[in-house]
Design a protein. Structure first.
Lengths: 152, 156
């Protein structure tokens, strides 16, 4: 992108201001493909990965593909920053580190919540956890760095 | 099966051809149309074509990071299976990726992985995702996989 004009960013900010957080996710084709949705709760934004047969990566225990679990964590991280932080452009992922903690079963929905560890001028460090039936028993967790400011 | 397999002896390992067949049949691999270009002992090369449903940024047409993560977790897993004894299962323990440059909208993404170290319980993998040459990576990754635990074993 030559500058920071962005239709996508403007649309997202409009939905955010209107409090229509669930609509922000509908702007992203990949979210529709794997079934990622946004739910705004009092405690903050929750990203939901719907149970979908096509997301299975392990047919023996019917577990969600590790890459899709990673996608949920990444998506939850970026959406948390978009929805909960004051931003002037879309954050860009620098790196992502995923820990797989328990089997993520394809038979139920998976939820994820971001928690900002540090928001700097240029970089935000965020921790994301994903769970199925019990938030205290996460199926996966990640931390990521996002670039916030314009390069150069 | 012997728990302590020597790295050079692949006699009891999965057949590479049947591994390729089984892995390409997994539902999410099918859904994204991921293809196994090459599978050897300790290394693998995967490919996914560009598709409009993969887009994460509708301004630029860039694919979502989830596609890259899925491709890398898959190619890394295949490199690990290639060194495992038949019947042994695998589960990803962790995966870290660095985004080095943006993908180009419209182009297929390749991913290669090498299982560079193997212990009784864990296999360590490194690799990258790229369009044309591995020395111009979109992302680099390292991952480790638990073997013989809850996970998937391709019944070849």
């Amino acid at each position: 992108m030559p500058d920071n004009t962005s239709d996508l960013f403007e649309k997202m900010m409009a939905f955010k201001q209107a409090g229509e957080f669930e609509l922000i996710g509908t702007l992203i084709p990949y979210a529709g493909l794997v079934g990622l949705e946004l739910v705004k709760e009092n405690a903050g934004l929750i990203t939901v990965l719907r149970s979908k047969p096509g997301n299975i990566g392990n047919t023996m225990i019917s577990a969600v593909h590790g890459g899709v679990v990673g996608a949920l964590l990444e998506h939850a991280g970026i959406m948390h920053i978009i929805c909960e932080c004051d931003i002037t452009r879309l954050p860009k992922m620098i790196n992502l580190s995923i820990d797989y903690l328990r089997p993520c079963l394809g038979t139920s929905d998976t939820y994820a919540r971001g928690h900002i560890i540090k928001q700097g001028k240029r970089v935000t460090n965020i921790r994301i956890e994903a769970w199925q039936s019990d938030p205290s028993r996460p199926v996966a967790a990640a931390h990521a760095h996002f670039l916030m400011a314009q390069e150069k | 099966m012997s728990m302590h397999q020597t790295v050079m002896n692949f006699n009891n390992c999965y057949s590479l051809n049947s591994l390729k067949e089984v892995l390409e049949q997994l539902p999410h691999i099918q859904m994204l149309g991921i293809k196994i270009v090459k599978l050897e002992r300790k290394s693998s090369l995967f490919k996914v074509d560009y598709a409009p449903e993969f887009i994460g940024n509708s301004d630029t047409g860039l694919i979502h990071g989830g596609i890259i993560t899925t491709l890398l977790d898959s190619v890394g897993g295949a490199a690990v299976y290639s060194v495992l004894s038949e019947g042994v299962s695998l589960a990803t323990l962790d995966l870290r990726l660095d985004y080095l440059r943006q993908a180009t909208p419209g182009l297929a993404v390749m991913a290669s992985a090498e299982a560079y170290h193997q212990t009784r319980n864990v296999v360590f993998v490194r690799g990258s995702a790229y369009h044309h040459q591995p020395d111009e990576p979109i992302a680099n990754f390292v991952a480790s996989y638990m073997v013989g635990s809850v996970g998937f074993s391709p019944n070849a």
